[in-house]
Ligand binder design. Structure first.
Ligand code: ADP
Ligand code: MG
Length: 641
């Protein structure tokens, strides 16, 4: 074994830097937090090439005294805490004293700073963690931090970075959220020489929403403001119509700090339960203020994850605050706290390991069978989990078919002998006779391998029977896959599937989305969109692969842009598949839609091509159909052991 030795200082710093300076956006975050802590009322952030070549954050805050500037770059150097007690009263963003030392270990830095007390400012440059140059300089009060050539000396980390546009996207997202968390600060944000957005710093959160997310969001906001036991929940929640297919537009800040807390999202979503479709997530920008000792922000080095001391109570208050806002909107009431206090139920976190299958049938004898099975449950699963001694292939055999028939008790007796039969089978036999007739149709023996449509249940699943199999088809999953394959084929052959819109659609986006769309115009073009910059925060769409209405086209474009911004490191083909899937998804028959027999027939007929190609899931990987063999059904009813 190699000798144990203490790491050289420089190496240790680089390792520590990995925690704080993970990627350009985390560097920007640290610099912005320092600027906010310094009391800056005007903060400007500028980046070039996704922040990798250049990051600048300028504030008009307190500045750093010239004689302390080097100290600020030492590890564990902070002006924010000096004792353990302070840790529990922390009201500032930073306090670990690690950011500047970490960043300077992985990039070149330059600082220009001046405190109001000093006449001259100071300039300092740092390379490889060491001060290079220090000189007096004439400048305004406040601090400018510049970071250049990030990770140039850490090739391993560099490799993990995504393309510039993606890294810029992360920073844009972060900038937006930080601006939302502090409406009292005027932020301005510049990417590659172009201002993406700026906020007024007038303290009005709705104005910030307008600047960051655009007019559509700003027009659809509900005020949230509720205080209980010294805990205040305030901000804005989106009206249900601006809910999205993901959570990227949910922002939470606690005591002024932008944080992530998955449970708070769930708790807010629970408040929306009857207002928003499943699969859609509400928009919100919520702040929680509470006594500092109730928060533990020190759980994660980058300090975005957060833990609360009295979790349950906080969740209840958040839930109630949002319910109030929704209730007031619906009932146009004056008193904001009029909504009845509803006792709060922890939202159910979906079980990872299995899904619940419930079979319940109407009729005199209600039979219920509940079993927990892994996701993607198929008859294959059941076959594999059958006791080893049972030959599953036998379910096709005559011997087993005997059990299939309903009025064949005598025959069973004749064929298998009383011993193997037992009372229990006989009793089930009687129960079966009371089942509603539709079930007979399913269980009844019909040997020809034609697919027969039994019907639709829950307006979502088509029940079919083919030979010895009964199966349920998820109509949306099936149709989405069919559309997807068709689009993919057309895309591959470069066939045009876009349509010129009679009336071009004008979409109003926020700064973040606009940047994501414009960064990916060529992708949109290949997908059949013709999009032009329409000035301000608007885009003009004149061609679209989707004949839908303006809102539908807008939602689709924004969703694609979001996924382009988030996942661009994946091979482009995969991203495009994803976009095609979004188009397919919008086209496809939805769940909760009654289908005519002809529609069901058309869908099931077309599924055969997918079956032949071995495709069994929708593009997201959900199964298109679940198959139950007669044998499996019998096992469930304990007709078979
Ligand atoms: P922390 O923020 O955890 O204290 P940092 O490494 O981020 O640690 O910063 C070290 C110190 O440098 C801060 O405590 C603060 O005194 C000073 N500092 C950093 N950035 C600024 C700024 N923009 N304005 C004024 N002081 C700053
Ligand atoms: Mg800091």
């Amino acid at each position: 074994m190699a000798n144990i030795s203490v790491l050289p200082h420089e190496l240790a710093d680089k390792i520590a830097a990995g925690e704080v300076a993970e990627r350009p956006s985390s560097v920007v975050k640290e610099l912005l937090e320092n600027a906010i802590d310094a009391g800056g009322k005007r903060i400007e952030a500028e980046i070039k090439k996704g922040g990798i070549s250049y990051i600048r954050v300028t504030d008009n805050g307190s500045g750093i005294p010239a004689d302390q500037i080097e100290t600020a770059f030492l590890r564990h150097a902070t002006s924010k805490i000096s004792s353990l007690d302070d840790l529990y009263r922390i009201g500032t963003m930073g306090f670990r004293g690690e950011a500047l030392s970490s960043i300077s270990a992985v990039a070149e830095m330059e600082v220009i700073t001046k405190t109001p007390d000093e006449d001259e400012g100071v300039y300092l440059s740092i390379k490889s963690g060491k001060c290079c140059e220090k000189q007096e300089i004439a400048c305004a009060d406040g601090t400018t931090m510049m970071v250049k050539n990030l990770f140039a000396n850490v090739p391993a980390r560099m490799k993990f970075l995504k393309r510039d546009a993606t890294e810029a996207g992360y920073i844009t997202d972060l900038m937006g959220r930080i601006a939302l968390s502090r409406p009292d600060i005027a932020f301005s944000y510049i990417v590659d020489g172009k201002e993406i957005f700026s906020t007024a710093g007038d303290g009005n959160l709705k104005n910030v929403v307008l600047n960051v997310y655009g007019i559509d969001h700003a027009k659809a906001l509900l005020d949230v403001d509720y205080t209980e036991d010294g805990i205040r929940v305030f901000g804005v929640a989106g009206k249900p119509e601006i809910s999205r297919g993901n959570r990227t537009r949910q922002t939470l800040f606690v005591n002024g700090r932008y944080v992530k807390n998955h449970v708070v999202s769930k708790v807010v979503e629970e408040a929306y339960r009857n207002y928003v479709m499943t699969g859609k997530f509400p928009f919100f920008v919520l702040g929680i203020t509470m006594p500092f000792e109730m928060v533990d922000v020190n759980v994660h080095p980058a300090k975005t994850e957060i833990k609360f001391a009295e979790e349950r109570k906080i969740y209840e208050i958040v839930n109630h605050a949002v319910k109030n806002a929704l209730y007031c909107e619906k009932n146009s009431c004056q008193n904001k706290n009029e909504a009845e206090k509803v006792s709060y139920v922890m939202p159910e976190i979906p079980r990872e390991s299995g899904s619940m299958l419930k079979f319940s049938m109407p009729g005199k004898t209600e039979l219920k069978y509940t079993e927990t099975l892994p996701k993607g449950f198929t008859n294959e699963y059941l076959k594999n989990t059958l006791p080893k001694s049972v030959d599953t292939d036998k379910c096709e055999d005559e011997e087993y078919k005997v059990f299939d028939s309903i009025n064949l008790y005598d025959e069973i007796k004749k064929n298998t002998g009383e011993d193997t039969l037992g009372d229990i089978h006989f009793k089930e036999q009687e129960e079966n006779e009371e089942l509603p007739p539709s079930l007979y149709d399913i269980i009844d023996e019909q040997p020809e391998l034609k697919t027969e449509i039994v019907g639709q249940i829950f307006d979502t699943y088509i029940i079919c029977r083919r030979g010895d199999e009964m199966y349920m088809i998820d109509q949306h999953a099936a149709h989405e896959r069919l559309r997807f394959e068709k689009l993919k084929e057309a895309y591959r052959k470069k066939e045009c599937f876009s349509q010129v819109l009679m009336v071009p659609a004008v979409i109003n986006t926020g700064a973040v989305e606009r940047a994501a769309v414009l960064d990916n115009l060529s992708v949109f073009e290949r997908l059949g969109f013709k999009i032009e910059d329409f000035g301000g925060n608007s885009l003009l769409v004149s061609e679209s692969p989707l004949p839908g209405d303006e809102t539908e086209i807008q939602n689709l474009i924004l969703e694609i842009a979001e996924s382009a911004a988030a996942g661009s490191r994946r091979p482009i083909a995969e991203f495009e598949e994803n976009a095609l899937d979004m188009i397919a998804c919008k086209y496809a028959i939805k769940a909760n839609k009654k289908l005519t027999y002809e529609e069901m027939k058309d869908l099931t007929d077309r599924l055969k091509t997918l079956e032949d190609a071995g495709i069994t899931t929708c593009p997201h990987g959900r199964p298109i159909k679940i198959v139950f063999t007669k044998y499996e059904i019998e096992k469930m009813f304990k007709r078979k052991v």
